[in-house]
Design a binder for this molecule. Structure first.
Ligand SMILES: [Zn+2]
Ligand SMILES: [Zn+2]
Ligand SMILES: [Zn+2]
Length: 188
């Protein structure tokens, strides 16, 4: 009886280690973290989250295309709750996106996720003053930055996996990964 229990425990442990070694490589689903104190986007009766952003270009460069591409990427995740639109009426926006030359601040983008309206800032200083985390400007730098900062406004904190949009440091992931998406469905 004792011996049988011991063998089955060992089989059980072996099964766990096989499962986790294959499961870990294949799945990013747990690769997200969410903010503890966070004011969620309001949802309509059908559960849709309408984000109407106003873009204020204050510097030299225009990031409207990067913003559009990043918005589309969040709209297109599996079972997406988001409908993201640009508005030219600032007073109707629940998200303000500003770009300007903020200088050598150490950040390319930053998000104020608990403001009303929520706010994203894009720092164009790194557009001309490379390196942006070790490399010079590419279109994908700012598309990824908008995607990442939008993730913060959705309530996602950083997670230390380079395949996720919410990776702690700048990467060029242009589509929310499994962890990013799971994080959204955990919050909403
Ligand atoms: Zn991951
Ligand atoms: Zn980059
Ligand atoms: Zn961040």
């Amino acid at each position: 009886m004792k011996k049988a229990a011991k063998i089955s425990l060992m089989t059980f442990l072996a099964a766990i280690s096989i499962f986790s070694s294959t499961g870990l490589a294949a799945s990013h689903r747990l690769h997200y973290d969410t903010y503890f104190n966070y004011d969620e986007w309001p949802r309509s009766n059908s559960g849709t989250i309408y984000i109407d952003y106003y873009y204020s270009k204050n510097g030299f460069y225009d990031y409207r295309d990067e913003i559009k591409d990043a918005s589309d990427s969040w709209e297109n995740i599996e079972s997406s709750p988001f409908v993201i639109s640009k508005t030219s009426n600032e007073s109707k926006a629940n998200l303000i996106i500003k770009s300007d030359d903020y200088g050598d601040t150490g950040w390319v983008g930053r998000a104020y996720y608990n403001r009303d309206p929520k706010e994203i800032r894009l720092n164009e200083w790194y557009h001309d003053n490379s390196p942006v985390n070790g490399h010079s400007y590419r279109y994908s730098c700012y598309e990824n930055t908008v995607l990442h900062e939008l993730g913060h406004t959705h309530g996602l904190d950083h997670y230390d996996c380079p395949d996720e949009v919410m990776h702690t440091t700048h990467n060029h992931v242009l589509t929310p990964n499994d962890g990013d998406v799971q994080g959204i469905h955990n919050i909403y």
